[in-house]
Write a protein that binds this ligand. Structure first.
Ligand code: SF4
Length: 337
């Protein structure tokens, strides 16, 4: 059994991170103040990186202490005080704000070999034509994945994702375009955790085999427990009189128009709706607001993955539409385009 991605010890051991490129860009730009933003799972490497930047470039370094969950979550305040911000671990996503020009995205590529795990996955794949999806941490292994599948007589089908992704076959917790409209009956997801393959299964409605190259585990994704939880949350929110509509301050999670639409829809159906603008969705905010439920237009993972930590049901926008009776049919996964 391999090691899971660690938040302790040196996470650098598990990843290839092209810090030389960061150093070159810092020197070339002449930046005097450099910001660093690192996702939670790699936070412990921030001080190592900071030290290296100071030694190699002489710049002052400021580490973003706020949590960072994705490329959607760039620290614009840090961009205001730094000349350049090194954003580690995610692929570039955002455009539009001139502050974003200060950001250099340095992806973190997992070193873990994928071949053995994908080979194991071929034992439980029954289709001869299979869609391949993964996360940015493994996109550099796409050729290996395709090679193993094809050696087993399985045709691998890969497509580009949407505007939020950069690589063939890449999915995000909020975007499964790379898994949509493929002429396949099954998918193989290569990566860690259950959330992304669950998303692929819900978005495609097809069988998904998850192959985790870090643990070596392969499994067929079962969406039933997640769907039970989600319909349970909708049922618990049915009688809610006062409902918050959460709008994120994070640049890549801000869906203000959608939030306004949800608020108007709720009011039409007799609910008392309150628009709430916030950076992080903390349980206390919902308690202090005295709401009975919330509709979250920020990251879909807040409702789908983190519900247990909140005192009231949190619904995604399409789930709220189900609650109001304006949407029917299969479970609609919330995605950000
Ligand atoms: S919105 Fe959520 S799932 Fe999408 S990139 Fe940001 S943190 Fe990840």
């Amino acid at each position: 059994m391999g090691r899971a991605p660690s938040t302790s010890g040196s996470s650098l051991e598990l990843f290839d991170i092209d810090l030389d490129r960061a150093m070159e860009l810092i020197k070339k730009s002449g930046a005097k103040i450099v910001g660093i933003q690192v996702p939670e799972g790699l936070k412990r490497m921030a001080s190592e990186v900071a030290k290296e930047i100071v030694e190699k470039t002489g710049a002052e370094v400021i580490v973003s202490g706020d949590p960072c969950y994705g490329a959607c979550d760039v620290d614009l305040d840090l961009c205001r005080v730094a000349d350049l911000v090194i954003h580690i671990g995610h692929s570039e996503m955002l455009e539009g704000d001139p502050l974003l020009d200060k950001i250099v995205y340095i992806e973190a590529r997992m070193k873990a070999d994928v071949k053995e795990t994908v080979e194991k996955a071929t034992d439980i794949l029954s289709a001869r034509r299979v869609g391949v999806v993964t996360t940015v941490q493994h996109v550099h292994k796409l050729d290996d994945i395709v090679e193993v599948l094809e050696k087993s007589g399985i045709e691998a089908v890969v497509r580009t994702g949407g505007k939020r992704t950069r690589y063939l076959g890449q999915v995000l917790g909020c975007n499964y375009e790379a898994a949509r409209d493929l002429d396949v009956d099954e998918y193989v997801f290569v990566g860690t955790g259950q959330f992304h393959p669950l998303g692929v299964a819900l978005a495609s409605g097809k069988k998904v085999v998850a192959a985790d190259p870090v643990t070596g585990n392969v499994s067929v994704i079962d969406t039933t427990p997640m769907l039970k939880r989600r319909y349970g949350a909708i049922a618990r929110a049915l009688d809610a009189e006062k409902v918050a509509v959460l709008v994120s301050k994070k640049p890549g999670q801000k869906r203000a128009d959608l939030a306004r639409k949800m608020a108007a829809l709720g009011e039409e159906h007799g609910k008392e709706m309150v628009l709430v603008y916030l950076d992080r969705v903390e349980p206390e905010v919902l308690i202090n607001l005295g709401v009975n439920a919330a509709v979250c237009t920020a990251c879909p993972r807040i409702a789908l993955d983190d519900q247990a930590k909140y005192p009231v049901p949190i619904l995604t926008p399409p789930e709220f539409e189900i609650l109001l009776g304006v949407r029917r049919g299969d479970y609609p996964l919330d995605e950000i385009e």
